[in-house]
Unconditional design. Structure first.
Length: 422
């Protein structure tokens, strides 16, 4: 029995390949059942995100056999040639597989070091496998241990404490200035990917109110609908500026959208209550001269990059601590698994011996019932039992002796407690 972790991620393949073997959530249950049957594994779970697809298996067969079955199944299920799939796959077995799963859950293998979203995605993969009935004792225990490791890493290291994206850094700065964001009003200018991420982080921090300003209202409305935000045009920014405690802008405009005069007028209406402003655009959306105003805290993308570079270094240092925790916990899991394997072997051996005993006893009882001499029956039973239990050890000893395998011979003598006669 062994554990396998097989996958494709942002390091091994471009998105054009990754998307070909990603799993639709609606078809995941079917995929799990098919995989159990086609790959002939004992347990299986599937993790599928935009950056990675990974298959976790517990299987009994030879690695090469399982590898070929798995590639064949992926080829059939996704209707993608093996020649496209195989070069991008990575394979981890037993402790390497356990170590890999734990590293993934901790964000140590992510595109952004230490990102927390992957843990939630792994928990979802666990729940889906449980619901599909494709997971049993070993995989269940492995996932639970993996979640525990991720929690330990988050608690004992600074792996996720520092902002490492401009969107996250913007919101973190706002939190430092305002403390809580629950009563703040935010004006977001633009509706592209960066602003969407900013909006998501603000929403997760229970911001008081969000207004989205964009050249195209339809694009802004799609984003605002998910956040309960208001939508305005760029032309309405001057009249709305005075309501905003925080302004974050990221558009593709070639000229500044927010000028010094506009902000001055807003400050007068606000009775000089400060405004925190972040310009994430290149070229700038907010005139440089705005930074001259006393009641404005203006940060540009360059200011944030300096913060991010420092934070990434902090995360790299924390990752060293995290790796130590992962290695220790994977050692513990493998020790548990070895104990489980030993226990299974002992149970199977005892059951086999008892089964053979019962067969011979039944024959002996039948002989006694038919009137055969009791002493003869007992002698025959003892002889047959002895021969049964001597057969496998004797064969192993003879094979080791004939093959000149001295180490194996000594090992067998030790196992069966065979005394060396002078």
């Amino acid at each position: 029995m062994s554990i396998l972790a097989v996958g494709i991620n942002h390091k091994t393949a471009p998105v054009a390949v990754r998307e070909k073997i990603s799993f639709n959530p609606d078809k995941l249950s079917v995929a799990l059942q098919e995989m159990l049957d086609s790959v002939q594994c004992r347990e299986v779970a599937i993790l599928s995100t935009c950056n990675r697809t990974e298959l976790y298996l517990v299987q009994n067969d030879d690695f090469n056999v399982t590898q070929q079955r798995l590639i064949n199944w992926l080829e059939t299920f996704h209707n993608v040639p093996a020649s496209i799939i195989s070069p991008s796959l990575y394979w981890h077995q037993d402790q390497q597989a356990v170590n890999h799963m734990m590293r993934v859950a901790c964000g140590l293998d992510s595109l952004v070091l230490g990102e927390p979203q992957i843990l939630g995605q792994m928990k979802q993969a666990y729940s889906q496998a449980k619901a599909a009935g494709s997971m049993s004792l070993i995989m269940d225990r492995l996932f639970q241990r993996t979640f525990g490791v991720a929690k330990q890493v988050r608690t004992e290291t600074e792996i996720g404490a520092s902002a490492v994206s401009v969107a996250f850094a913007s919101v973190n700065l706002a939190k430092h200035i305002f403390g809580s964001l629950e009563k703040t009003k935010v004006l977001l200018v633009g509706a592209g990917e960066t602003i969407e991420l900013v909006a998501k982080h603000l929403y997760e921090n229970n911001v008081g109110k969000i207004t989205v300003a964009n050249r195209t209202l339809a694009r802004a409305e799609n984003m605002a609908k998910q956040l309960g935000a208001d939508v305005i045009t760029l032309a309405q920014i001057p009249e709305q500026m005075s309501n905003a405690d925080i302004v974050i802008s990221s558009t593709a405009s070639t000229l500044p959208i927010i000028g010094k005069g506009m902000v001055e007028q807003a400050l007068i209406k606000r009775k000089h209550q400060p405004i925190f402003m972040v310009d994430l655009a290149v070229p700038r959306d907010i005139e440089e001269q705005v930074s001259e105003l006393e009641d404005v805290f203006l940060y540009t993308v360059d200011d944030l990059q300096g913060i991010i570079a420092k934070n990434m270094e902090n995360r790299r240092k924390a990752a060293v601590q995290a790796e130590t925790i992962v290695h220790s916990q994977s050692d513990d899991f493998m020790a548990w698994l070895r104990g489980l394997n030993t226990q299974d072997t002992v149970i199977n051996f005892r059951q086999q011996c008892l089964s053979e005993r019962d067969v011979l006893l039944e024959k002996a009882f039948l002989q006694l019932k038919n009137g055969k001499d009791a002493e003869a029956v007992i002698a025959e039973l003892a002889t047959k039992l002895t021969n049964k239990f001597m057969h496998a050890p004797t064969s192993a000893l003879q094979s080791a002796a004939q093959g000149g395998e001295l180490d194996k011979l000594l090992y067998l003598r030790d196992i069966f407690d065979i005394e060396q006669k002078d």
